[in-house]
Design a protein around this ligand. Sequence first.
Ligand SMILES: NC(=O)c1ccc[n+]([C@@H]2O[C@H](COP(=O)([O-])OP(=O)(O)OC[C@H]3O[C@@H](n4cnc5c(N)ncnc54)[C@H](OP(=O)(O)O)[C@@H]3O)[C@@H](O)[C@H]2O)c1
Length: 317
Amino acid sequence: MSLGTSRALVLEQFGALPRPVDRPVPEPRPGHTLVRMRAAQVAHLDLNVIDGKFGILPDLPAVPGTTGSGVVLASDTHPEGSLVRLGGKGLGMRRDGCWAEHALVPDAAVEAVPEGTDPALACSYFSPVGTAWAAVHSVAEVRPGERVLVTGAAGAVGAMAVQVAARAGAEVVGVVGRPAKLGHVPAPAKPVLAAELSPESVGGPVDVLIDTVGGPVLKDALALVRPGGRTALVGYTAGRDFGVDLADFLLADVALLPVNLMRRGKEVAADAERLLADLRTGELTLAIERHPLDRLAEAVERLRTGEAVGKVVLDLT
Ligand SMILES: NC(=O)c1ccc[n+]([C@@H]2O[C@H](COP(=O)([O-])OP(=O)(O)OC[C@H]3O[C@@H](n4cnc5c(N)ncnc54)[C@H](OP(=O)(O)O)[C@@H]3O)[C@@H](O)[C@H]2O)c1
């Protein structure tokens, strides 16, 4: 029996944008959950996939979208009508993802979300919250009283890292690339422009750098970490290449520590859930901008250029 038609964004060629296609609603099948999607993230990882520049890529045509949220329509394991978050298990990479009105996904890619959560928050909180938690606590092991420098501090991960580090008792300085974003660095961090980074502007050496942008900003920020300090490497929006002069590296004596949320997802899940409760009450903040399904190009452009503030989400209601 046909369940009707459903709109999906279908990628036919790497390097091009997916285009809207009306197709049958996927037929439910064992081991899978059918979801009426409410929201889906447009994340940097999704851009890497549609550009064909990631280590795991789908066979085309494919529906991108590595994370989303929606309401269960049919499932053996998840209650019908419940709000869920979709992610992992290769969604939007090895198999069709979340940029669609309906998604049929493995049961294991579905997590319950507290009822009443804003679907846009439900689909977008885990990556920034989980990554910030992993960077501050698991990787950099920030201690009370330490000085922490966060780059991309008005971005989703950066803004969350500022708040998580401040809660850990650190004194935080938040770096942004453009003046318009100075006012978007969450309190209590001191905001500083990347172009003005210096020992004076950040108030002296820092113990920890949490870098979410890479490229030249990373190079400049790294020079401000004290010998014996730590740097948690999270992202590369400002550049993927990072040359190391071994003599300088050894002299600086700063640990370069990668953060990999895909590997650490389970480890940070309970903390991320705890922080979601604080996001729902407004004790923590995560900026989200919403775009309709047929305005994907605008959403992608805002994320690509760094104009967006916080998370970029497709509204699929
Ligand atoms: N390692 C992991 O497991 C993990 C997990 C999640 C995310 N990430 C990565 O972390 C990075 C940040 O993610 P996010 O969600 O926080 O992104 P976001 O909200 O878009 O923030 C990234 C920031 O990068 C800065 N930026 C500098 N040059 C840019 C450019 N050419 N284009 C776009 N942005 C530019 C922008 O800040 P300014 O305007 O202040 O320069 C922007 O606020 C991404 O690379 C993402 O892939 C990694």
